[in-house]
Design a protein around this ligand. Sequence first.
Ligand SMILES: [Zn+2]
Length: 260
Amino acid sequence: MLPLNSKIAIDLGHGTGGDRGANGFLNEEKIIREYGKFVIDGLRELGYTVYDVTPTKNNLTLSQSLTYRVNMANYYKVDLFVSLHGNCFEKESANGCEVLYMSTKGKEYSDRICKEISSLGYFNRGARFRNDLYVLKHTSMPAVLIEPLFISNKADSNRYNAKDIAKTIIKGITGKEAFQKKSEEVKTENKESYPSIDHTIPNFEGIVPFGDIGYVQIIPNRGRIDLHLDKYNYISIQDDEKEGNKVWITTRTKGTKQII
Ligand SMILES: [Zn+2]
């Protein structure tokens, strides 16, 4: 089981340019984003550090999309990489849950996740060894790719419930029950916590992205440039008649400090 101070990368499969999900009784990309959101929220509520490593650009090729996910997980040095999907097959009869892995540690997580998902009534197809999948091959930590159900099977699709699937995935990873707290308790705790890391690259004028991580924001009418690692970590340089000439640093956990 994953200790509480662990870091987890969640990869919401597909959803950009040349990397598209499948379509059946349900739409793969849509369900991943539904149950994936619960997986992220539930893990955070339990106290885990979660990085959403899904690309934020919508025009990537398949290879750029996969590389981005892996690079982000390796960059954050997470303890576990979890890629979320929905299975699809030409024969409608194929059904059930399976989790793909390549490492020994990955297999342990896969066995537990399959067992939990199958408790919802899905046939347990089990943990499957795969050495041909980019995200399993190139991540530098244990990794799993979860296929909770077949969207091409009617009974699997009818049984689909986003929150239930998320709960079983979280239980399989952590051994803990998510969403047990009342919303009041969660709210009070969140008051003291920091914002989650947000690598979304803003979509307005004056934004210049650097590769996969970070961007510069140019604000010419205030004589200012911000150098961002992500939304909440940046260095600002300003020389403006009204606002003055100064340099300051802002971080997600420590706030803003002027240095000159
Ligand atoms: Zn998929």
